[in-house]
Design a protein around this ligand. Structure first.
Ligand SMILES: [Zn+2]
Length: 231
C-alpha cells in the first residue's frame, strides 16, 4: 500500500499534501476514477479527488524554479505541496506545488525579466487553452449570466472556463452536456464564489476542516448570490 508507508517529510505541520498517484484509484466521495498520474489527497487514509477536496481551483507549478515557487507560494493564500513516491528511493519526493492562479500570475510578473520563464508561461497558457473548448465556455458563461445577471461578465467567463476544464478531465459530450445543467452551473458558481469572495481558502490553510469552513462562509456566499440574481 503506497499510502500507508511513512508519511512524507514536508516541513511545516499544517502543510496540505497532495499525492501524485502511481496507480489507478477512485475518489472515496464522488467515486470518480483517478487514473495513475492524477492528484489526490488522503483524508482518514481515503483518497479524495481535488474537486471534492476543494483544491481543484489551484494550478500546478512544477519544481525547478526556486524564485518563482517562493513568490507564488507567498502570494497564494492557499497552497499545497505535491509529492510522488519514488520506488527506487523508497520515499516521497516533492514534485511541485499547487497555488492560486492569480498568485502564480503575480509571481510570474515579478520574474518576467527572465526570458526563459516567459516561454514556459506561454507554453502553460497554450496547454490550458487546449484543455477546454472555447465554444462550450461561451455557452456556459451565457447560462451563468442567465442565472445570475449581476455576475460580472469576466467572472462568469472565468467560472465557465474552470468548469469546462474540469469537465474535460471527465471526458466526452455527456460531461459537456451535464456541465450545462442548471444545478451543475449553480454549484460551479458557488464553488467559485467560495474561493474568490470569501476567506475560505485562508480557513483551509489554517487547518480548519472543510465542513466548518463552508459553514463559516455560507452566509456571505448566499448574500452575494442574492445580489447577483437581481437584474
Ligand atoms: Zn471526488
Amino acid at each position: 500500500m503506497p499510502y500507508d508507508d511513512a508519511a512524507p517529510e514536508t516541513g511545516k505541520p499544517s502543510e496540505i499534501v497532495v499525492f501524485w498517484t502511481l496507480r489507478d484509484s477512485q475518489c472515496s466521495q464522488c467515486k470518480s476514477d483517478l487514473p495513475s498520474g492524477r492528484f489526490l489527497i488522503l483524508e482518514a487514509r481515503q483518497p479524495l479527488c481535488l474537486a471534492c477536496a476543494d483544491l481543484d481551483h489551484l494550478v500546478y507549478l512544477p519544481r525547478g524554479d526556486a524564485a518563482l515557487t517562493r513568490r507564488a507560494r507567498k502570494h497564494s493564500s492557499l497552497s499545497a505541496v505535491v509529492v510522488r513516491f519514488s520506488r527506487s528511493r523508497k520515499r516521497y519526493e516533492r514534485q511541485g506545488i499547487l497555488v492560486q492562479e492569480g498568485a502564480l500570475a503575480r509571481a510570474e510578473q515579478e520574474c518576467l525579466s527572465d526570458e526563459g520563464l516567459r516561454a514556459s508561461r506561454r507554453e502553460r497558457e497554450e496547454q490550458r487553452r487546449r484543455d477546454y473548448d472555447e465554444k462550450l465556455v461561451e455557452l456556459m458563461a451565457g447560462k451563468i449570466r442567465d442565472l445570475f445577471p449581476g455576475c460580472p461578465r469576466s467572472e462568469a467567463h472565468r467560472i465557465a472556463e474552470h468548469t469546462a476544464v474540469r469537465g474535460s478531465g471527465r471526458v466526452g459530450r455527456s460531461a459537456a452536456g451535464r456541465s450545462l445543467d442548471e444545478d451543475a452551473l449553480r454549484l460551479a458558481v458557488i464553488a467559485s464564489v467560495r474561493h474568490a469572495h470569501t476567506n475560505y481558502d485562508e480557513l483551509l490553510m489554517e487547518g480548519m476542516d472543510r465542513a466548518s469552513a463552508r459553514e463559516e462562509v455560507w452566509e456571505k456566499i448566499e448574500q452575494l448570490l442574492k445580489d447577483w440574481e437581481k437584474r
